[in-house]
Design a protein around this ligand. Structure first.
Ligand SMILES: Nc1nc2c(ncn2[C@@H]2O[C@H](COP(=O)(O)OP(=O)(O)OP(=O)(O)O)[C@@H](O)[C@H]2O)c(=O)[nH]1
Length: 479
């Protein structure tokens, strides 16, 4: 493994934001920040990390995070990484030691960062009891760094666009000391739709009977309000009434003492705006820098979230097309796809299962009861198999079970378990109770046939034999 590239590069390229902004935010944050690869090696450490560990950046980069001399307790990186990959975000408390050898408790907030060159862990470490002596305790920069962390978390936690908007608007207000504001996007008609609006104490924007605010939709902003959207430039207006672009305020709107408007951009195009109001003493260039950084992070968070939601929807739609709506089991299409992707090395048992005299159930109790029986049979089958096995409703009252990495014994034991459980199960129909049995035929892939469907044909032959021999039994196919 080599670490000869700019260590910040990975992080920057992941979030695709200008290097200078991110680097200054991360470098100057008062929390220690590390970017760590999946093997636990540090790729980037900020100034606070340098101050806290007493090691310079060159000494830190390439070092395993788990074995930092400042970790008073060892860290099991392998299991931590496994949790991170599974959940996306991990928070833990780590006993650490400052450069003078004093123990202190630190909180690590770790976010999984996915990138085409690999996955990384972004660790933000802050002392819970005693902050190590870090000179760069600039509160604002810590907030910006927290915002970066938030971007990454926002893409993981399922939230609505409006909730994300509220979160980022609050962050922008806190960072600048604004009294109120709004954030929104340009819609397809080129007008403005708010995603979040904080309460400026103006009745006109309140939803009657609630303390929620009405979202502005399809708005065209004039004067300095619209400046960020029309020009793509941020604007500070510290004396709104005297400003040449002043268009006054709508009736009943609370006093406006200062205004900061920052465009949200994506690929150079203005896609929205942050608008903040009434910072005491007015806004300055530092506010512009912070909010511009936030605006970029916000767009990133929003777009990433939408992409993830789209992917999830697609995934669910695909999943639904492979499922049987009655039982929730996989369907025939799944069997065909599974077969296509099956490698030869995967020993798989094929169990062909058919409920005995099912037609009689339909005839006696009606189709609806028949459906309930099928659902309950499906549930019994699911209880009898391992998580790694597949239960498929191949059609009507016929089911197929695929047991991966199976031996003859495992297949027979599973089939017998299903047969016995079903035979003992009592079904109910109105005031009547009844039992059902099942017949099962077994064939093994690739031992008996060189395709799964070939195996299914042989398992069906064995199933037919089971029916012939009196039903309620398991038969292993023999050539
Ligand atoms: N309720 C219900 N019945 C179904 C469904 N799909 C198929 N069937 C019925 O399942 C029955 C299958 O009957 P047969 O294939 O004759 O076999 P059987 O009565 O189970 O008898 P053996 O298999 O010989 O033990 C038919 O009556 C189908 O109409 C379904 O989704 N719901």
């Amino acid at each position: 493994m080599t670490f000869d590239h700019d260590p910040t590069f990975n992080l920057i390229s992941m979030v695709q934001l200008p290097v200078s902004l991110w680097k200054s935010a991360l470098d100057g944050a008062s929390d220690e920040i590390y970017l760590v690869d999946q093997h636990g090696f540090i790729h980037y450490a900020n100034n606070a990390a340098v101050a806290s560990t007493g090691l310079n950046e060159a000494q830190l980069v390439g070092r395993p995070i788990a074995n930092l001399e400042t970790n008073a307790t060892p860290i099991d990186w392998t299991s931590l990484w496994a949790d991170l990959v599974r959940v996306g975000f991990v928070r833990l408390e780590v006993q650490r030691q400052d450069v003078e050898g004093n123990d202190y408790l630190a909180e690590w907030r770790i976010t999984l960062v996915r990138h085409e060159i690999g996955m990384f862990a972004l660790i933000m470490a802050s002392s819970l009891l005693k902050r190590p002596n870090v000179e760069t305790a600039d509160n604002r920069k810590t907030m910006v760094a927290n915002a970066i962390n938030q971007v990454l978390q926002d893409t993981i936690n399922p939230q609505t666009d409006n909730e994300i908007g509220e979160l980022w608007l609050k962050m922008a207000e806190d960072m600048t000391g604004s009294k109120y504001g709004f954030v929104g996007e340009i819609n397809e008609e080129g007008k403005y739709d708010a995603l979040a609006l904080s309460d400026p104490g103006w009745d006109a924007c309140r939803i009657p009977g609630t303390n929620k605010t009405k979202l502005i939709m399809n708005m065209v902003f004039r004067g300095f309000w619209g400046h960020p959207v029309t020009t793509g430039e941020s604007i500070i207006v510290n004396e709104p009434d005297q400003h040449p672009q002043s268009v006054g305020r709508p009736e009943g709107h609370p006093p406006l003492t200062a205004f900061l408007g920052v465009p949200m951009k994506h690929n150079g195009k203005v896609v929205g705006m942050f608008a903040l109001a009434n910072k005491e003493g007015g806004y300055d260039e530092e506010d512009v820098k912070c909010v511009e950084l936030l605006a970029m992070s916000f767009v990133e968070a929003l777009l990433r979230r939408r992409m993830m939601v789209r992917e999830k929807d697609l995934h669910e739609a695909r999943d639904a097309s492979l499922k049987d709506p009655l039982t929730g089991l996989y369907n025939r299409r799944f069997f065909d796809e599974f077969q296509r992707n099956l490698g030869f090395e995967k020993k798989t048992a094929v169990l062909a299962c058919d409920v005995d005299h099912f037609k009689a159930t339909n005839d006696t109790y009606g189709h609806a009861v028949g459906d309930t029986v099928l659902k309950e049979v499906a549930a019994i089958m699911m209880k009898c198999v391992r998580e790694s096995d597949y239960v498929i409703r191949i059609g009507g009252e016929e089911f197929v079970i695929l047991i991966q990495e199976s031996s003859d014994d495992v297949a027979l034991i599973t089939a017998e378990r299903i047969r016995r459980m079903l035979a003992r199960y009592v079904f109910c129909a109105a005031s009547d109770e009844f039992n059902k049995t099942i017949s099962i035929g077994i064939a093994m892939f690739p031992e008996d046939a060189d395709s799964l469907s070939g195996c299914l044909e042989l398992a069906d032959k064995a199933l037919y034999q089971a029916k012939e021999e009196g039903r309620d039994r398991v038969v292993r196919y023999v050539a």
